[in-house]
Write a protein that binds this ligand. Structure first.
Ligand code: GLU
Length: 296
């Protein structure tokens, strides 16, 4: 057991997240053969927050294909998750789809042609399908709290609107974004939902195709280079797997061809990534040799 001081601090800027017990820890590994290995609080639902950006990106690419990259970049930002500084210099085009600015553009794409409620319902249905679990829900209290306190996100959406890179009324795009962040899932559900990224875009080996092999590969590449904000390099160095973190303390990590892994520990490091979760993934990668940089 790690000492309590190793756990980091829970996010407090979203009030309901401040009340989560920092001693919770869950881990679930789904291997390529379909076996599910769960430990600790793997059945406890938590706010997936920015891990949702992986599923929202997948949905948006399904809608508009590679034209998405006219509105969002594919480079690590090297800045915090909610930073606004690059947007002025880069004319409202966010560096990548996993920083908040990029995820807001992705939410704007998913909103096109829909009422916000329908757009978010579509994403929730997609996530339920991926996880093969209709019990997944949105925590409305978390969504409301973000709506009430997410002033930085409001600023980002309005700033990009000024550059023409948000096409809807900013409050509608923000509504979709806040609700996707408020999806609550267990480690088991999250690891199941990540299977398509381990199976080269297939639901399961020999099963339905969720995305093309190329798209799965590219999403994994973005998770590796941009999935942990300004700590993405450190995560690649320590864990060596495509991964996406959220300020709820969850991380989805993919060992292509080998495993889909979800870990949850609510305490965060200074970059807003789960502290113990990262350590656990480092140990899993070390023990299994699953790092994408391993020779095996
Ligand atoms: N909903 C959070 C925000 O917009 C997501 C951030 C994260 O999980 O990293 O601030």
């Amino acid at each position: 057991m790690a000492a309590a001081e190793d756990r980091g601090a829970v996010a407090t800027y979203i009030p309901p997240l401040a009340t989560i017990d920092p001693s919770r820890f869950g881990l679930c590994i789904v291997t390529a053969d379909g076996a599910v290995h769960a430990a600790g609080d793997a059945e406890q639902a938590f706010s997936i927050q920015s891990v949702s950006k992986v599923f929202a990106l997948t949905q948006a690419l399904g809608k508009v294909g590679d034209t998405l990259w006219r509105r969002v970049g594919r480079e690590p930002s090297g800045t915090p998750f909610n930073s606004i500084v690059q947007l002025e210099r880069e004319q409202g085009i966010p560096r990548n789809p996993f920083i908040n600015a990029g995820a807001l553009v992705v939410a704007d794409i998913n909103l096109a042609g829909h009422e916000p409620r329908v757009a978010i319902g579509e994403l929730l249905r997609f996530v339920r399908y991926l996880a093969d679990d209709d019990a997944i829900t949105i925590d409305e209290a978390v969504a409301r709290a973000e709506q009430a306190t997410g002033f930085r996100n409001v600023a980002l959406a309005n700033y990009m609107k000024a550059f023409g890179n948000i096409q809807h009324a900013p409050e509608l795009t923000l509504g979709v974004y806040f609700h996707q962040c408020a999806i609550a899932m267990t480690c088991r559900q999250l690891a199941m939902a990540g299977r398509y990224l381990m199976h080269g875009g297939l639901y399961r080996p020999g099963g339905a195709r969720v995305v093309s092999a190329q798209r799965a590969r590219r999403i994994n590449a973005l998770m590796l280079t941009c999935g942990h904000y300004d700590a993405s390099g450190d995560f690649a160095f320590r864990v060596g797997l495509p991964g996406k973190s959220g300020v709820g303390g969850g991380i989805l990590a993919i060992a292509p061809g080998k495993a889909s892994i979800a870990v949850w520990s609510p305490g965060l490091n200074a970059n807003g990534n789960s502290k113990l979760g990262t350590l656990a993934l480092e140990r899993v990668a070390e023990a299994t040799g699953w790092s994408v940089f391993s020779a095996a």
